[in-house]
Design a protein around this ligand. Structure first.
Ligand SMILES: [Zn+2]
Length: 424
């Protein structure tokens, strides 16, 4: 029995298929693959394969009533019958376990959750834990608890028992689903870097931290070195990778994306509307990897594409990143998702909500006995979906929400708000 079904995918890369270890999937062209039915998966890959299949089917199958039989190595069978495709919408919650989630994160995640749920789509949870020096032990499990406490659920993501939720030092066994944990996907991202290198779009950079400090005087340079405009020092500096390594010495070399001349990206943000980002004056050639480790921009593009994300909902502080990511999508021949950026929450001084404004960690509110309804009430008021911050539920928010009513400027958490929530 070798009946085949052809599934259509919006964007699927060879790397994604390899990553899923589904050897029997064969890429036909950039948007079609053929899956023999039944096809065999190793037992150790069962959980990952089933969740990926469910995801694929929901995203991709254009008609109803198809029966898929997945035969596992030891003889178990799993049938998917009379499958009803859901909406094509796929969103994601992507916490970075670099610190505790606070009110501002909660507000963005609430909007992301609502966009997916109201579209009848799927929501993924992905841990963006690539920035190792800034990782906080236990932050992943706290994020997981915070989101669950607020009632924000997801359809696919790492298991609750997955090591990052417990400890970074525990190694992951064969049976773990590593798809949604960025620190476990080094080889997957490397295939994207290889492609960019082959195409002449990535070059080695041997600049030291001190060199990067000296670029601070450039326009747009903030406190964060990654936001300094790179002047292209290493653009045509090295004949070989070895030459760059020789200059870098014991430091890992970086890899930068080579922008086109006067590169700019235009797109229509789902919230802020038409945008144009001048990449040459904003970031210059930007870092996409250091050593073997992919950087944020490349990993996010690879994951959003491979995981079939159709809309990225995130904080407005990442709006400039969108330009860089669109440039990567284009050079990798990948279809970009839509974007919806949510204005930030600031403290009474107008600066982005942070520790100095009082402790707005969700975990603290949770441990102090505040109810999720109280926090949701404040969030709904801040989004202009209710007049006062009185307690509310997710169901009530679903009925009341209107994305076009969200204030277009950052919302301030006033001292009264913070007192109402019970913060110091
Ligand atoms: Zn350099």
């Amino acid at each position: 029995m070798t009946k085949t079904h052809i599934l259509r995918f919006a964007s699927l890369s060879r790397g994604w298929i390899d990553d899923c270890a589904m050897g029997s999937c064969r890429k036909q062209d950039s948007s079609f693959i053929r899956i023999p039915n039944p096809f065999v998966i190793k037992k150790s890959q069962f959980c990952a394969a089933i969740s990926i299949c469910c995801l694929w089917l929901e995203i991709a199958v254009p008609s109803r009533g198809i029966v898929f039989t997945i035969t596992i190595g030891d003889g178990h069978k799993k049938n998917f019958r009379n499958f009803t495709p859901a909406s094509a919408y796929v969103g994601r919650l992507a916490p970075a376990p670099t610190g505790a989630l606070h009110l501002g994160n909660a507000r963005t995640f609430l909007v992301a959750w609502l966009r997916a749920r109201l579209a009848g789509g799927r929501l993924l949870l992905r841990l963006e834990d690539l920035d190792h020096p800034k990782m906080k032990p236990g932050a992943a499990i706290e994020a997981y608890r915070d989101l669950s406490w607020l009632g924000l659920d997801w359809d696919a993501g790492p298991d609750a028992s997955f090591p990052p939720f417990a400890s970074h030092s525990v190694s992951c066994g064969e049976s773990c689903d590593k798809t949604f944990v960025q620190s476990h996907r080094t080889a997957f991202y490397a295939s994207f870097l290889d492609r960019l290198r082959r195409d002449g779009r990535a070059y080695p950079c041997a600049c030291s931290r001190k060199d990067l400090e000296s670029f601070r005087s450039a326009p747009n340079a903030g406190e964060d070195l990654t936001e300094c405009r790179y002047p292209g020092t290493c653009r045509d500096r090295f004949d070989s990778v070895a030459a760059a390594r020789a200059v870098a010495g014991c430091r890992e070399i970086g890899w930068r994306f080579r922008l086109e001349d006067e590169a700019s990206e235009r797109f229509v943000d789902g919230f802020f509307g038409h945008q144009e980002i001048r990449l040459d004056s904003w970031s210059g050639d930007f870092l996409i990897a250091r050593g073997k480790q992919a950087g944020y921009q490349l990993a996010v593009v690879a994951d959003d594409s491979a995981q079939g994300v159709t809309e990225v909902v995130r904080g407005a502080d990442l709006l400039p990143s969108t330009g860089r990511q669109l440039a990567l999508y284009r050079s990798l021949d990948l279809e970009p998702p839509a974007f919806f950026h949510v204005p930030l929450v600031t403290g009474p001084d107008g600066r982005r909500l942070a520790k100095r404004h009082g402790d707005s960690r969700l975990s603290r509110l949770r441990n102090a006995g505040r109810t999720p309804e109280r926090v949701l009430g404040w969030l709904a008021k801040s989004l202009r979906w209710q007049e006062n911050p009185g307690p509310t539920t997710l169901a009530e928010i679903c009925a009341a929400c209107a994305f076009d009513r969200i204030p277009r400027v950052p919302i301030m958490a006033t001292p009264e708000d913070l007192a109402w929530l019970g913060m110091d």
